[in-house]
Design a protein around this ligand. Structure first.
Ligand code: COA
Length: 373
């Protein structure tokens, strides 16, 4: 069996930023507009007014200060309230493939690997912009990778599940080098008109290169072990899909055709699942939790991460031990833990251990134990 390693990582960050204050101004303008439209029904007690959002609530509830998006103009226009992206012809690179190429090029450069050496491209993300051909095959073609490519979706855990799938192929010997990319255009499946969640998501793309340990050229991370787990839940759900037009009533502007969550339940149910998943994985690998140098956690909520860090390490983690990026990026679905890994891993020394852990819709949890080599 071959041992896999992560030898490069890259992040594509969209240039446009929406601060909490900008977001709240737009949301409250939308609320005013809706409340004026429904003034009679509201006055008659037949409809509830849309309440205002607040930057203070957003920061206190989530730790989020801003988010990067592909298009802020549409999102902040109270008449639109979603990103507006240019339609592309079939002969142009797609939106997701374009983001992925930028992130992947950085990851390949860091690994010192030519695109042509890659045997497998996995595009692992929460949503794919079309049904087929696979976005991964388009990325393979744009970069000039060899081998094969496929898309996969495990929502917020897509990246860690993708790493396990690629690592398993390397272990088994069917491939020697893989590229796992996570283009997350969360702004397009977020309901920006829903006060309970309008602040949650941002856009980004991450990429990692996996190789056999013996092929790694520079500083890298050996993958000591990977573990994935799932348990069905409706508490994070999006009902949009290819059967939509077949179902009477589903073509309307229906709330459940975008991201819907029961945030409180997610909070309560996912926290114990994640901490016991990480602790069980470490115990089976005979790694003492307090010997970990870093936790690169899924980036949805600061309180959630603080809780998991404390539960896993058995004490309050130092900020450097459990870096958060959600204040700058918001929740970027599967890419969040990989952004944290990419930005906060260079300082680890040989032999240092860390865990990448994602969690979210499904429910799904994925953990990747890494050792700095
Ligand atoms: N501005 C102001 N007030 C708001 C608000 C907003 N944008 N959104 C909600 N509120 C209000 C609510 O109406 C509620 O008021 P009430 O107590 O009078 O009813 C109060 O704030 C608390 O709302 P609640 O939804 O219970 O907040 P919360 O503390 O649970 O935080 C989340 C919400 C979503 C940040 C939090 O539940 C969370 O992070 N959950 C896990 C999310 C997650 O990991 N999801 C995975 C997605 S991939």
């Amino acid at each position: 069996m071959f041992k896999p390693a992560i030898t490069g990582s890259g992040v594509f960050t969209p240039s446009q930023i929406i601060t909490n204050d900008e977001l709240v101004v737009a949301f409250n303008a939308y609320a005013d507009k809706q409340n004026a439209l429904n003034a009679d029904a509201i006055a008659a007690g037949a409809a509830a007014p849309v309440p205002y959002s607040s930057s203070e609530f957003i920061f206190n509830a989530s730790g989020i200060e801003q988010r990067h998006v592909l298009d802020k103009t549409g999102v902040l226009d109270p008449e639109i309230m979603h990103p507006v992206l240019r339609a592309r012809s079939d002969d142009e690179p797609g939106q997701m493939a374009e983001m992925a190429v930028t992130a992947a090029s950085d990851a390949l450069a860091q690994a010192g690997v030519a695109a042509s050496e890659i045997d497998a491209v996995l595009c692992a993300a929460s949503n794919h912009e079309r049904a087929y051909p696979a976005i991964a095959i388009e990325i393979q073609q744009l970069l000039g990778c060899g081998g094969f490519a496929f898309d996969m979706n495990v929502a917020c855990s897509s990246a860690t599940f993708g790493i396990q799938a690629a690592a398993d192929m390397i272990r088994a010997g069917s491939i020697s080098k893989a590229l796992v990319v996570n283009p997350e255009i969360c702004s397009a499946h977020l309901e920006w008109r829903d006060r309970d969640c309008h602040f949650i998501f941002g856009d980004v793309c991450t990429a990692v290169v996996l190789e056999r340990v013996e092929d790694a050229k520079g500083a890298h991370f050996d993958i000591r072990s990977t573990r994935c787990a799932t348990q069905f839940s409706n508490n994070i759900r999006n009902n949009n899909g290819f059967l939509r037009r077949t179902r009477p009533g589903q073509m309307e502007d229906r709330r459940d055709m975008q991201f819907v969550q029961n945030g409180r339940k997610v909070f309560k149910e996912v926290l114990p699942m994640v901490s016991s998943h990480i602790l069980g994985h470490l115990a089976d690998e005979q790694i003492a939790a307090d010997s970990l140098k870093r936790l690169w956690l899924h980036q949805a909520n600061k309180t959630m991460n603080d809780f998991i860090g404390k539960k896993v390490l058995g004490r309050v983690p130092e900020p450097a031990e459990q870096p958060n990026i959600l204040q700058d990026y918001a929740n970027t679905s599967s890419a969040g833990s990989i952004i944290a890994f990419s930005k906060y891993s260079d300082d680890l020394e040989q032999g240092d251990l860390g865990v990448i852990c994602s969690f979210g819709a499904g429910y799904s949890v994925g953990s990747v134990i890494l050792e700095r080599a």
